[in-house]
Design a protein around this ligand. Structure first.
Ligand code: TYD
Length: 153
């Protein structure tokens, strides 16, 4: 079982898409194992988006991510990282496939509703960045037998 991090960005919060987006992950069969609302700081954003630090648009990304609180969600499932990335769609909402979260709800590269970890290694680092161990929960997924075959996990 893999865990991955999703951030519902200020664009999701302000547009009233929180329930809609979380509902998609729930209906897919991913298990919510952590969730909270937080305010992002420059310090955390500089770590989280370190790969974009030299980009001319870095300042505007930081400002966008601080426009309101965000909701961080930890999701668990087989191949959760890839499944959630696929459900999120490509970065630019205008180019993202219809049926994906960004493809259905975003017209922008920056205001693109969600962040999703891009690899299992990144997911581990990102979950640690936003959740303390006591904020991540291990509990049975009662519908498990209707979500996976027993030789899939
Ligand atoms: P990135 O990690 O490249 O994409 P993704 O979120 O799909 O993993 O970029 C992080 C965020 O930075 C992206 O969601 C939106 C913003 N961004 C821009 O505003 N302009 C850009 O040209 C890029 C590449 C990203």
């Amino acid at each position: 079982m893999q865990k991955t991090l999703v951030i519902l960005k200020p664009s999701a919060i302000q547009r009233g898409l929180v329930g809609e987006v979380i509902s998609r992950f729930e209906k897919k069969g991913l298990q919510i194992v952590g969730m909270k609302m937080i305010s992002l700081t420059d310090e955390v954003l500089e770590e989280h988006y370190a790969h974009l630090k030299e980009k001319p648009f870095f300042q505007r990304i930081k400002e966008s991510m601080k426009m309101s609180p965000v909701i961080v969600v930890a999701l668990k499932g087989i191949d959760a990282v890839e499944v959630v990335r696929k459900m999120s769609g490509t970065t630019n909402g205008r180019e993202a496939q219809p049926g994906t979260i960004r493809g259905d709800y975003s017209m922008s590269v920056q205001e693109n509703i969600v962040h999703a970890s891009d690899s299992p290694a990144t997911a581990e680092i990102e979950l640690e960045r936003f959740f303390s161990p006591t904020e991540l929960f291990d509990y049975p997924q009662l519908m498990h037998v209707h979500i996976y075959a027993n030789d899939e996990y």
